[in-house]
Design a protein around this ligand. Structure first.
Ligand code: NAD
Length: 258
């Protein structure tokens, strides 16, 4: 690896994902962790970097790329600061909606931003496979399983999967249910009325199953995340490549060439 290392900052550095990102950046060639922000743990250390409470300290540390795994309310503020400072952003935080995406597209003009609802390369492929399968089936439902610390439902990955399947086919059979005996039994109605079922399970990390059906056959596309290490090759790839993908990019697909 030649040239200066990419100087990386982490937002949410005391969180589950933030700590994993700090470790992954520290272990990766060609990048160095220079700043860590988390208002819940100022003064603590992550990979030998002192955690600070304020994002402005991170900008002053001279970062090239900032990785954000926090909460949507914090991301909305922090990403505006990064865009104004001309710092590239790699964002995994869930809960950013179409309005946020539009605002970020307008804001990131002098630096780049990549938002991925899922950094696990297997999950990115699962979404792509579901999109490819969609036109060949009339019924489809999504079951996502996450750890019991996840506060939002359904997951960003489940919503993104349903959006892509809905865009790939308009030919979905109506829900046959006429009598719901227990509220919620049919899950949430996502795009194109594709049902999404969210399980919150102690011991789980992040799994998703897309089940599609047509006459005489079903197809199940399943991805399991065994631990948070699954997200790190995607995060490191995004940190390495973000400077070369102008403006706002949603999803890892462009970096995987799919
Ligand atoms: P977590 O609760 O363990 O960590 C979030 C951290 O963000 C906390 O330590 C919190 O103090 C910190 N934080 C809050 N406001 C902040 C601010 N203004 N500046 C800096 N830090 C701030 O959660 P987690 O499990 O690490 O997940 C974080 C986010 O990443 C969630 O939205 C989750 O859904 C998402 N996630 C995305 C992927 C993906 O592949 N895209 C994978 C896993 C998790």
């Amino acid at each position: 690896m030649s040239g200066d290392p990419i100087r990386v900052g982490v937002l949410g550095a005391a969180g589950r994902m933030g700590r994993a990102v700090a470790d992954a950046v520290t272990a990766a060639d060609g990048m160095v962790l220079v700043a860590a922000v988390d208002p819940s743990a100022p003064g603590s250390r992550v990979c030998d970097v002192e955690v600070v409470a304020d994002i402005r300290d991170l900008v002053e540390a001279g970062v090239d790329v900032v990785v954000d795994f926090t909460v949507a309310e914090a991301s909305r503020v922090n990403l505006g600061v990064l865009a104004s400072a001309g710092v590239h952003a790699v964002v995994g935080t869930s809960g950013l909606d179409e309005t946020d995406i539009g605002e970020l597209r307008a804001a990131f003009t002098s630096s780049n931003c990549l938002i991925a609802p899922n950094f696990a390369i297997g999950a990115v492929l699962m979404m792509r496979f579901a999109e490819l399968a969609a036109p060949w089936f009339e019924t489809a439902e999504i079951i996502e399983v996450h750890h019991d610390g996840k506060v939002d439902a359904p997951s960003g990955t489940a919503i993104a999967t349903a959006e892509r399947m809905a865009a790939a086919s308009a030919d979905w059979a109506p829900d046959p249910t006429t009598r719901v005996v227990m509220a919620g039994a049919r899950g949430a109605a996502g795009p194109a009325d594709i049902r999404i079922h969210s399980l919150r399970m102690r011991g789980a990390v992040a799994d998703q199953e897309v089940v599609l059906g047509t006459d005489g056959q079903t197809l199940t596309i399943r991805h399991d995340t065994i631990d948070r290490g699954s997200f790190m090759p995607g995060v490191v790839l995004a940190v390495r490549r973000i400077a070369g993908i102008p403006g706002l990019t949603v999803g890892l697909d462009v970096l995987l060439g799919i």
